[in-house]
Ligand binder design. Structure first.
Ligand SMILES: *Cc1c(COP(=O)(O)O)cnc(C)c1O
Length: 373
């Protein structure tokens, strides 16, 4: 039986072995491992890729978001609007400043924050909207920016799952006041370790994040503010420069798979497929379907050695970490999603045969379901 892995992290290394090995050697032999030429070059290249003026690399995606909020002086007593259905890092970035994350339900079709529901969550304490481009699809940014402007709020993009996605012809990372990216190995642009970056057109904000990531120190041993240690390694920057050149091609491969899935699985009645609004060009970090009997369907595929995952089984407000703290209320759309979402394999190195196998077995699983009492 042909195994279909959810994601093969070794495949991009094998594709780019020569270039990645050369990058490794270049950094090793340079004798310079933190904040040097590779980091500087990657920042220039990634800013250009996103269509922004500045990129400041940091240690990981959580820190990218956390340092943006810090640089905006968001603090204890403040509130930040976040999606109820996101990876917990979005919420933690807010909590680590001392501010409180205020969850808003997603739109049932796009799974992104329902911009129509944001206004009702705004109070005098609200300082910012932290929108997530979940599963690789851009959020409804024009409406979010409009609401933010009328309430004098900052807009931050969590672009950790959406490197290269377009919203109305503009890249994510360029759509708000600042954006946070993650280069965790499984992301569309992944390092071979941890990494992250902030993109922005705001010169002052970029400068402040450069300070915050490096002990608040503009010059070694002179500290302007109380900073953190959150830097991208030279080695990871060198790897990311190699992989950045492949990102568009890899995203295109993901898109082809997504289009195949959507076309072939449209006859699968009990399966809800992802919806793409006309203004979005997603990069398919994940291909998330919904099934009323999710665990049976997952088990069925698993028995056929087709790996799937759940993003995410527990929404942040129901996690032990946040439950203990306060009652955030009920979020029925988010809670239902946690029970019925399932991510099918999608990645730049999934083969045509593997895609066909996922489709065929999924469709066969539909017949099995219908035969059940
Ligand atoms: C991965 C991810 C993060 C955090 O990135 P790390 O590099 O793992 O810290 C934040 N937000 C979202 C939506 C993510 O998927």
């Amino acid at each position: 039986m042909m195994k279909v892995p959810f994601l093969d992290l070794k495949a991009p290394y094998l594709e780019l072995k020569q270039e990645l090995d050369a990058a490794y050697k270049r950094v090793m032999e340079s004798g310079w491992y933190i904040l040097g030429q590779e980091v500087e070059a990657f920042e220039t290249e990634f800013a250009a890729y996103c269509g922004v003026q500045y990129c400041v690399s940091v240690g990981n995606g959580l820190e990218a978001l956390h340092l943006i909020l810090r640089a905006m002086d968001i603090d204890q007593g403040d509130e930040v609007i976040v999606p109820a259905n996101t990876y917990i890092a979005t919420w933690l970035a807010v909590s680590h400043t001392g501010a409180i994350p205020i969850p808003v339900e997603p739109d049932e079709k796009t799974y992104n924050i329902d911009a129509e529901k944001i206004e009702a969550a705004i109070t005098v304490k609200t300082k910012a909207i932290l929108a997530v481009h979940l599963y690789g699809q851009p959020a409804n940014m024009d409406l979010i920016n409009e609401i933010a402007e009328s309430h004098n709020l900052k807009v931050i993009e969590d672009a950790a799952q959406a490197h290269g996605a377009y919203y109305k012809g503009k890249r994510v990372g360029s759509l708000g006041d600042a954006a946070g990216f993650s280069f965790y190995p499984t992301k569309n642009l992944g390092a071979l370790g941890d990494g992250g970056a902030v993109t922005t057109n705001d010169h002052q904000l970029a400068d402040k994040i450069s300070l915050l990531r490096n002990y608040g120190s503009p010059v070694k041993y002179f500290n302007e503010i109380k900073g953190f240690n959150s830097r991208l390694d030279e080695l990871q920057a060198a790897f990311l420069r190699v992989k950045l050149r492949k990102l568009d091609k890899w995203n295109e491969h993901r898109t082809n798979i997504a289009n195949q899935y959507i076309k072939a699985l449209s006859t699968f009645k009990s399966l809800t497929l992802p919806h793409v609004p006309s203004w979005a060009k997603p990069v398919w970090h994940l291909f998330v379907v919904r099934h009323p009997k999710r665990s049976e369907f997952q088990k069925y595929l698993n028995n056929l050695e087709i790996s799937t995952m759940i993003h995410y089984p527990v929404p942040p407000h129901l996690s032990d970490a946040y439950m203990r703290e306060q009652n955030y209320g009920n979020f029925p759309i988010t809670e239902k999603m946690a029970k019925d979402v399932l991510s099918l394999p999608i990645s730049p190195h999934l083969t045509e045969q593997e895609v066909i196998r996922v489709i065929e077995q999924s469709l066969a699983g539909q017949v099995l379901r219908e035969g059940e009492p």
